[in-house]
Design a protein around this ligand. Structure first.
Ligand code: C2O
Ligand code: CU
Length: 553
């Protein structure tokens, strides 16, 4: 591989959308941020210089960062944030991964505007395991806020959960013609008939899952979260916050200037619906001969796709069940067949003690709700956990008593006991596992204060999704149905609303790794926990020493 250098200058930039102009935190003045294109095996040196008031850190979502959590970019977990006027070089090598991933700010709500694609091409001379596309196109979904998203979340967290809506969803930063004042801000993809296009889809929206479809066209899923998948066709796909999906689009023999909307709108299962509706881009067939310069006939109809209803949980379950890893000779699925350690995490909501006692609200913003995993709401420490771990100074930074199972089991998806949402404990609690432990983790949604689909993201790992179902996980019956042959392997796993998901992974990457819901509100409520994976015996199984420019708190 080669070494690629990037300079990321964090600066304020004026951007206008929906007829509102706002100064946003950006990388190099771009919205969305710059695209990183590398090959498997390449090394990246990304020099991040912070020129804004906000503290910042950047996370390379889905990059495994073997023994190198120092480059993972999670503020207060793997590094102290980069303060104004400071800089830090993210230094990492892409090892054994290829596909679409993305990067984003990993502090406060700055990822609302600070995000961009990462394209990892296969090693030179290595083909895709599918037909060579005629062209590749990146589509990154985001959201636009007319006002400061950080102010919106603060208000949301304080008020106890009201809609924290953005003002529009976007494709590559553009809301599209179905929003006010946005016809000229439309993503357009010109295509030729009878060709294969590779679309690299990324969901960078803060809080919503999206359904996506292109009118009159079929999409073939070939990869998720930078792992090849068994190809399958679908009209509509679901992409959860944090996830990436590569699809092949075969264009048809449509006539020149035929137009089709490529649209996305939310899939919502939680507290009410925040349907601020549909982002549309336009797929347009090219004119065959560009003889005249006249622009296309505005009266031509644009075909619209039909997207599932906003609460379509069955669509979501059926769709996610269809994704399997390729599991070929070249790209095997190394599913752990034996398990060393089993964990069971409930994931849901709780109340802050201030809602039922005269205690003051504990969270950073005095939030009234909490996000909990096994009834623990995670508090980010004041200094970085990874340094504390590396230097053996965890005291006062984190504890190692995260419960491996619910302490008070209940009927998770039935009637929860009225008191469950009060049994919230706050803390920086971690689970410690020895190097190479084969882990099985069941994540169970609870309907304490409402069930909801949660996209759980584990840093530093890809995990195999060996099972999922609705209702309560049944330890007697469900494991017999696990797929240990070709389960999908990914970094962000949806826990079905009112259901459970089972994952397996081998803890072969030492360090401190955050696991959290990728719905930003839930994360701010504390729906997070962290794994400490210990070093192995051999030198190549140990966490690397910290780089000399690692920021301090
Ligand atoms: Cu995409 Cu912890 O993040
Ligand atoms: Cu969540």
């Amino acid at each position: 591989g080669i070494t690629k250098h990037y300079k990321f200058n964090i600066k304020l930039q004026k951007v206008t959308r929906l007829c509102h102009t706002r100064k946003i935190v950006s990388v190099n003045g771009k919205f969305p941020g710059p695209r990183i294109v590398v090959r498997e095996g390449d090394r990246l040196l990304i020099d991040v210089r912070n020129n804004v008031q906000n503290n910042i850190s950047l996370h390379w979502h889905g990059i495994r960062q073997f023994r190198n959590g120092w480059a993972d970019g999670v503020a207060y977990v793997t590094q102290c944030p980069i303060q104004k006027g400071q800089s830090y070089v993210y230094n990492f090598t892409i090892d054994g991964q290829r596909g679409t991933l993305w990067w984003h700010a990993h502090i406060s709500w700055l990822r609302a505007t600070v995000y961009g694609p990462i394209i990892i091409l296969p090693k030179r001379g290595v083909p895709y395991p599918f037909a060579k596309p005629y062209k590749e196109v990146t589509i990154i979904f985001g959201a636009w806020y007319n006002t400061d998203p950080e102010a919106i979340i603060r208000e949301t967290l304080q008020s106890g959960g009201g809609p924290n809506v953005s003002d529009a969803y976007t494709i590559n930063g553009l809301p599209g013609p179905l929003y006010n004042c946005s016809a000229k801000d439309t993503f357009k993809l010109k295509v030729k008939p009878g060709k294969t296009y590779l679309l690299r889809l990324i969901n960078a929206v803060l809080n919503e899952h999206l359904f996506f479809s292109i009118a009159n066209h079929t999409l073939t899923i070939v990869e998720v979260d930078a792992v090849y998948a068994k190809p399958f066709e679908t009209e509509t796909l679901l992409i959860e916050p944090g996830q990436t999906t590569n699809v092949l689009l075969e264009t048809k023999p449509y006539s020149p200037e035929a137009k089709f909307y490529m649209s996305a709108r939310p899939y919502q299962t939680g507290f009410g619906t925040f349907d601020n509706s549909t982002v549309a881009g336009i797929l347009e067939y090219e004119k065959l001969h560009v003889t005249s310069s006249h622009s296309s006939d505005p009266k031509l109809p644009i075909f619209e796709p039909v997207l599932p209803p906003i609460h379509d949980t069955n669509f979501a379950a059926n769709f996610t069940n269809k994704i399997h890893s390729l599991a070929s000779d070249r790209y095997p699925a190394n599913v752990p067949q034996k398990v060393d350690k089993r964990f069971f995490f409930t994931v849901g909501f709780g109340l802050s003690p201030c809602q039922y006692s005269n205690k003051t609200c504990k969270g950073t913003f005095g939030e009234k709700f909490t996000g909990v995993v096994n009834n623990v709401s995670f508090t980010l420490p004041k200094t970085a956990m990874l340094q504390a771990h590396y230097f053996g100074k965890s005291k006062g930074v984190y504890t190692t008593d995260f419960p491996t199972h619910p302490e008070f089991p209940f009927n998770y998806t039935g009637d929860p006991p009225v008191t469950n949402h009060m049994m919230v404990r706050h803390g920086t609690k971690t689970v410690v596992v020895p190097f190479n432990t084969s882990v099985e983790l069941i994540m169970q949604d609870t309907n304490t204060l409402g069930s909801e689909n949660h996209p759980l993201h584990l840093h530093g790992y890809d995990v195999f999704v060996v099972g999922q179902g609705f209702g309560n996980f049944d330890p007697k019956k469900d494991p017999a149905k696990f797929n240990l042959v070709d389960p999908v392997e990914r970094n962000t796993v949806g826990i079905p609303s009112g259901g459970w998901v089972a994952i397996r992974f081998v803890a072969d990457n030492p360090g401190a790794w955050l696991m959290h819901c990728h719905i930003e509100t839930h994360m701010s409520w504390g729906m997070m926990m962290a794994w400490i994976v210990l070093d192995g015996k051999h030198p190549h199984q140990k966490l690397l020493p910290p780089p000399s420019d690692l920021p301090t708190c």
